[in-house]
Ligand binder design. Structure first.
Ligand code: SF4
Length: 347
C-alpha cells in the first residue's frame, strides 16, 4: 500500500539553476544485526512483559530507543542498575565477559543481542590471545563495541584510534602482533591505519577476514558513488552512530560540496539547500526507513520530488534471533520483518 505523504511545509521550493533531484543510496538503513537486536527487545517484551531492561542503547538511534521505551523497555548504563532476577538484553554492540559475569552475579536473565559479526571479532580476539599474540584493535576508544571487544582479552589488546596514533603506540614484541578492527569504521581510514602499522611493524599479521562488516562497507560504497554528483548529502542517523558519522565523512571525502547528519527530517535547514540541484540521501545501519521517507517528503516539499535510486548492492542477510526468543510461548517458530520487508524466519 503506498505510504501517505506527509506535508510539513517547513522547507520552501526556491528556484535553483536547473532541475532538482534526489539521489537515494541503496543499500541504506537497517542492517541484519540491528534488525535482530530491535526485534529481540520487542519479542522479549511480548514474551516476558514490561519492563525489560536493556544495557546501553540497543542500537545507536534516538528514534528506535524512544519507541522501545514507550513499549516498556528501560535502558540502563550498567547491569548493576537492573533489579536482581530481572530480564536484561545486551545491546547489538556486544559486551565483555566481565559484564556477562556481573549479570550472572545479580541473577539476571540475560538475552544477548550482540550482532553475530561483533561476536566473530570477539572470538578472533580470544583465539589470538591464546596464541600469545598482542592485538592492535583499530577503533574508537570509549565506543561500546570497542569496550566489549577489548574486554575479551584486556591484557593483550591495545586500541589504535587513528592512523596518526600509530607512531605513538607501544608494543611488547613487534614480531607477535595482529590487528583487528571495530565493525563500523571508514574502510579507507582503517586501511591507512593498517598500512602505517605495517610500515612500523613489518611482521604484523592480518585477521582471516575483514572485521568492518558488510553493512558498513555497502553503505560506504553507495555514498561514494553518490557523493561526487551531489551538491549536498544528508545522512539520517544519530550522533553516536559510528557508521552514520562515517557516512557523512566519506561523502565529504568523495566530493560532496556539503554533508550533514540529522536524526530527523525536521533538523534540515533551508540554507543547506541554497542553490543545490542534486541532494544525496542515505542512512546509517541503525536507522528505520520511516525516517528516510520523512526526509524525502520534506525534500519533495522543497521541489526535490524526482528521486533516483543508486543501487550498488542487494542485501538479504538475516540473523536468527537470540536462542531464548526463537520460538513463541506456544513453541511456534518466529516470523518477523526485516527493514520493512517481511522475511521468512531464519533458522
Ligand atoms: S553495523 Fe554491522 S556489525 Fe553493526 S549491527 Fe549492523 S551488521 Fe552488525
Amino acid at each position: 500500500m503506498p505510504r501517505m505523504r506527509r506535508e510539513s511545509g517547513r522547507l520552501k521550493d526556491l528556484p535553483v539553476d536547473g532541475p532538482k533531484k534526489v539521489l537515494l543510496a541503496a543499500p541504506r538503513g537497517y542492517c541484519a544485526g540491528v534488525d535482530r537486536a530491535v526485534v529481540a527487545v520487542e519479542k522479549a517484551l511480548t514474551r516476558y512483559g514490561a519492563p525489560v531492561y536493556v544495557r546501553k542503547q540497543i542500537v545507536h538511534n534516538v528514534h528506535v530507543v524512544n519507541t522501545l521505551e514507550k513499549m516498556g523497555a528501560i535502558f540502563v548504563e550498567e547491569v548493576e542498575e537492573v533489579p536482581e532476577g530481572a530480564n536484561v538484553v545486551f545491546s547489538a554492540h556486544g559486551v565483555s565477559p566481565a559484564v556477562v559475569q556481573a549479570a550472572d552475579d545479580r541473577g539476571l536473565h540475560a538475552i544477548d543481542a550482540t550482532c553475530p559479526l561483533v561476536t566473530k571479532v570477539h572470538r578472533e580476539a580470544v583465539r589470538f590471545a591464546k596464541q600469545d599474540l598482542e592485538i592492535l584493535l583499530i577503533g574508537h576508544d570509549g565506543h561500546e563495541e570497542v569496550e566489549g571487544t577489548a574486554g575479551q582479552a584486556p591484557d593483550r589488546i591495545t586500541i589504535v584510534n587513528s592512523p596518526e596514533e600509530v607512531d605513538s603506540i607501544e608494543v611488547k614484541n613487534p614480531d607477535k602482533l595482529v590487528w583487528l578492527s571495530q565493525t563500523t569504521l571508514s574502510v579507507d581510514e582503517t586501511m591507512e591505519t593498517v598500512r602505517r602499522l605495517r610500515e612500523r611493524f613489518p611482521n604484523l599479521q592480518d585477521p582471516p577476514s575483514d572485521d568492518i562488516c558488510y553493512a558498513t562497507q555497502n553503505r560506504q560504497v553507495a555514498i561514494k558513488k553518490i557523493a561526487p554528483q551531489a551538491d549536498v548529502v544528508i545522512v539520517v542517523g544519530s550522533s553516536n552512530s559510528s557508521n552514520s558519522v562515517r557516512l557523512k565523512e566519506v561523502a565529504l571525502e568523495y566530493g560532496a560540496r556539503a554533508a550533514y547528519r540529522v536524526d530527523f527530517a525536521s533538523e534540515v535547514q533551508q540554507s543547506w539547500l541554497d542553490g543545490a540541484r542534486t541532494i544525496g540521501v542515505s542512512s546509517g545501519a541503525s536507522v528505520p526507513e520511516v525516517l528516510v521517507q520523512e526526509l524525502l517528503d520534506d525534500l519533495a516539499d522543497a521541489g526535490y520530488s524526482d528521486v533516483e535510486a543508486t543501487v550498488t548492492a542487494e542485501e538479504d542477510l538475516v540473523f536468527s534471533l537470540p536462542k531464548e526468543l526463537r520460538q513463541d510461548a506456544n513453541g511456534k517458530r518466529d516470523t518477523r520483518a526485516l527493514g520493512g520487508r517481511v522475511r521468512a524466519a531464519a533458522k
